[in-house]
Write a protein that binds this ligand. Structure first.
Ligand code: BGC
Length: 675
């Protein structure tokens, strides 16, 4: 045959192959400018969550990771987020997001720091944490291995030795026996492919090796460990109803040049090693470890997951010369945005990941999705796109049951140390202060299905009982524990997901000049003369939205606004008032969920509650009761509307600065909280 004919045939075959690959594995790119991102629908039962891992947040762990940080002279995890000591207030943060699921991992090195010796106090703390979550209606999802384990286990060769798997199974059984009566959701191993490739191919994670032989052994042993763990827990009391699954990171690999067969080859190879072999393993029970040619059966592996956890972050563009260190930027498409981690934001890959695991025919949970974004300018869009695609996939009939945002708060990002911020809350690592980011507010809006209303603060009142202190300055501007009371109130409101506040400054409005609050859009409305609380509200009517949360500028009342607002929506009254029952003070009577009587001056024996100050108001109330001249909101509206005010019972302590003694107590409260 002539050479040119051969060349033509070869070229044709090449083209056919490329076209086949091209159409069989499309690299989807959505024109996001044409998408209505708010058009999402999630089932009532959808699990909304946030995720963390022990070594990344707890602080002061001694494990394979802390050892690796020392030997490689990496940034030390150190105190991390000091979560081991601050877990209760961190759970407040979860609750404030309105999510109802939380995924976290148990730190094996705390529980069995010495081989064979259980640390009962550590187990007790985890047990208390679980009780606490449940008391808040937050469903715990526990991960048994999230990259970290005790140093004695590592010294024995970790997962590289098949016999060592027994130790981890023993630990898992112990944990299940302690917590299984309350924890329904269990993740066995987090991202075995990441653990093996980072620890044994790239050497970026402990034990920092580069060996295909070890990689194969670790991969196989981890799959075996997962299968054994699943079977072991399932056979324990209550095991049948536990939901146990593997968490798989899906990395999408796309050829950099779609006409280049070598790029395709690389993409397919990596896809096989990183994704497919693991998923196929779960499906068939036979596992071909990355870089090995043969597959072999693993006992109990087939159908060893009640759900599949999908962790999704990005896609990688492949060439035979891809960088294997994080110092070199990965390739991206020209229209893509780089995240702080240098890989691109590629939400379309989440949808492709769902399709990759759907053959397993089990419920899918997004157990991690998030982005490293220091200034939080990309994360809101990241959340919107990924949730939009999740919603679309549900509409297409994929069985996706939940979404856990990675992460609750900024934390120790493994080999990257503290340089990558993934949190919905910003963490100041010097002070351990947490601040809700705009993206956190957005995620909470999705999770709760509500956008937080405007906050209106009656901030002009002078402190008649505070002596010299506030004859001339409004109480809300008096400094308490280092900052004005108003800043404390706004901080709470912002942390509850509010974005806008109208501040009614009274007639001393000039004193508020230059006042700002990070994360809050402030509008100040001044009165020309004294108008009373009602008059002040009416005076600001043009700035008020149809619904608003009404606060008093001298009260600090850290209640959960999302719960309050949900109650307002549910009961459909035009005014919802927070009522405390356990306070010694009373000023109202409530029955069957309604405030039926209110009086500030004539306290009756039948009174059984106290108006705590935080309420949700429909503007229509103001329109119907408003009058000219000076008038008091509470003394006019509450008595007249009695019977039609929803009483939202919330016993969260309430703080005010009405008298010097109360102010002192409030100061103490803020100071203690800080330490
Ligand atoms: C891991 C997390 C990590 C996140 C962001 C996931 O692969 O499970 O521990 O922080 O990626 O890189």
């Amino acid at each position: 045959m002539e050479w040119w004919l051969l060349a033509c045939i070869a070229l044709c075959l090449y083209l056919i192959l490329i076209l086949f690959l091209h159409y069989r594995t499309p690299e989807t790119h959505i024109d996001w400018s044409t998408i209505e991102l708010q058009d999402v629908h999630f089932p009532e039962s959808f699990a909304w969550g946030v995720a963390t891992a022990s070594h990344q947040i707890e602080g002061r762990n001694t494990n394979n990771w802390s050892q690796f940080e020392d030997t490689k002279d990496l940034q030390r995890s150190g105190d991390a987020c000091d979560h081991w000591n601050r877990w209760k207030t961190d759970f407040d943060l979860i609750e404030n997001l309105g999510v109802n699921h939380y995924r976290f991992s148990l730190e094996w090195s705390r529980i069995e720091s010495v081989e064979g010796v259980w640390d009962d106090s550590a187990i007790e703390q985890y047990s208390n944490m679980i009780d606490n979550l449940i008391s808040r209606n937050i469903e715990p999802m526990v991960t048994l291995h999230h990259f970290s384990h005790p140093t004695w286990f590592e010294d024995k060769g970790g997962f590289a030795n098949a016999e060592n798997v027994d130790y981890w199974i023993r630990f898992s059984e112990k944990m299940y026996s302690e917590l299984g009566d309350r924890v329904k959701w269990w993740c066995t191993i987090n991202e075995p492919a990441v653990f093996t490739s980072m620890g044994y191919v790239l050497g970026e994670f402990p034990p920092g090796k580069r060996s295909f032989k070890l990689t194969r052994a670790v991969a196989r042993n981890m799959m075996m460990a997962h299968a054994r763990c699943y079977r072991a827990l399932k056979s324990m009391p209550g095991g049948e109803s536990a939901q146990i699954g593997l968490v798989k990171n899906i990395n999408i690999f796309d050829p950099y040049r779609r006409w280049n067969l070598l790029h395709w080859f690389q993409a397919k190879l990596l896809d096989e090693m990183f994704n497919r072999c693991w998923i196929r393993g779960l499906e068939t029970g036979k596992f071909r470890a990355p870089s090995s040619l043969l597959s072999s059966k693993i006992d109990g592996l087939k159908n060893s997951s009640d759900f599949i956890g999908v962790n999704y972050y990005t896609h990688l563009l492949t060439t035979p010369f891809m960088p294997t260190t994080v110092e070199i930027d990965p390739l991206i498409r020209p229209w893509e945005t780089r995240t702080d981690f240098r890989y691109p934001m590629y939400a379309e890959g989440l949808h492709r990941s769902f399709h990759m695991v759907k053959s397993l025919n089990i419920p899918i949970y997004v157990t991690e999705n998030g982005v490293a974004d220091d200034d939080d300018d990309l994360r809101p869009e990241h959340i919107r796109r990924h949730l939009w695609l999740t919603s679309k996939a549900i509409e297409e009939g994929l069985d996706i049951r939940g979404f856990y945002h990675w992460s609750l708060m900024d934390n120790f990002e493994w080999a990257e140390g503290y340089t990558q911020r993934f949190g919905l809350y910003h963490v100041n690592y010097d002070t351990q202060e947490r601040t809700l980011k705009e993206s956190g507010k957005l995620y909470a809006d999705y999770a709760t299905g509500t956008v937080m209303p405007q906050v209106v603060i009656l901030a002009g009142g002078l402190g008649t009982r505070l002596g010299e202190l506030s004859k001339t300055i409004p109480k809300s501007l008096i400094s308490v524990s280092g900052k004005p009371m108003l800043s404390h109130i706004l901080e709470w409101a912002a942390g509850q997901g509010c974005r806008r506040a109208v501040i009614l400054t009274g007639h001393l409005g000039e004193q508020f000049e230059g006042f700002k609050h990070e994360g809050m859009d402030l509008t100040f409305v001044q009165e020309s003369e004294q108008m009373g609380t009602g008059g002040a509200l009416l005076n600001a009517i043009d700035y008020l939205e149809d619904e608003f949360i009404l606060l008093w500028g001298d009260d600090y009342h850290p209640v959960n606004y999302r719960r309050l607002y949900a109650a307002h929506k549910e009961h459909g009254q035009s005014l919802t008032m927070t009522v405390i029952q356990s306070d010694q003070l009373v000023n109202l009577r409530h029955e069957n969920g309604n405030v039926v009587e209110y009086s500030k001056s004539e306290i009756s024996d039948t009174f059984n509650g106290y108006e705590a100050g935080t309420s949700v108001v429909n503007k229509s109330v103001l329109v119907s009761f408003g009058k000219s001249k000076i008038w008091s909101w509470e003394e006019t509206v509450y008595p007249q509307l009695s019977g039609k005010i929803h009483a939202h019972i919330d016993e969260t302590p309430f703080w005010d600065m009405g008298t010097p003694e109360r102010l002192e107590r409030l100061e103490e409260f803020f100071d203690n909280r800080r330490s």
